[in-house]
Design a protein around this ligand. Sequence first.
Ligand SMILES: Cc1cc2nc3c(=O)[nH]c(=O)nc-3n(C[C@H](O)[C@H](O)[C@H](O)COP(=O)(O)O)c2cc1C
Length: 218
Amino acid sequence: MNLIEVAKKRYATKKFDSGRSIPQEVFKQIKGLLQLSPSSVNSQPWHFIIADSEAGKKRLSRGTQGVYSANEAKVLDASHVILFCAKTDMDDDYLQHLLENEDKDGRFPKPESKEMVKKVRGFYADLHRKELQDTQCWMEKQVYLNMGTILLAAGVLGVDAVPIEGVDVKVLNEEFDLIRQGYTAVAMIALGYRDEGDFNADLPKSRLPQAELFTFLK
Ligand SMILES: Cc1cc2nc3c(=O)[nH]c(=O)nc-3n(C[C@H](O)[C@H](O)[C@H](O)COP(=O)(O)O)c2cc1C
């Protein structure tokens, strides 16, 4: 597999074929990647609301009304839609929960490793909670990283996708009672297969030239 070919072939799908569904075993891989995505100090500050039914996609489409209505048909016609949510707080109980989960998964062959991980994660958590006071932004960055993983993976799996930041976060938070559960909606990815009439499928890719992007140190 040539990853450049994959990156060139994948594109932001503007119109999905509503008659085609992603096979279960393929979506299982996408679900696995959502779980396996890396995050800063393994903080995993996310939750995913997934819809593959008409009713589920209809609920998600409540976040694509009004000024966001250009995204509505993408949500309704896609095979699967993932709403990426970020945690709203990273409290000490959650840090302990992560630590115990890593312990259960066998990450601490030596007892002192557990203490070390607790210390390092606590340092970064405090950096964002107390010094930089940007915990929300920090957690949402992790969510975007996960989204990037899914977009490339979809390309590899031959699944079309579009990331959708144009959603009404407030409406989605209310629809799924997210704030009370300690989360906020961030963005969606709609996945499926392109409609034959998708104008965006055959347009050439446009990216800034590499000479503008890279600085190679000598
Ligand atoms: C974070 C993010 C949010 C985006 N939000 C939307 C969106 O709301 N609706 C949409 O049609 N495309 C959306 N896009 C698609 C971008 O417009 C598209 O990725 C970009 O123009 C590059 O084109 P390509 O993905 O086809 O290579 C979004 C992309 C990203 C990465």
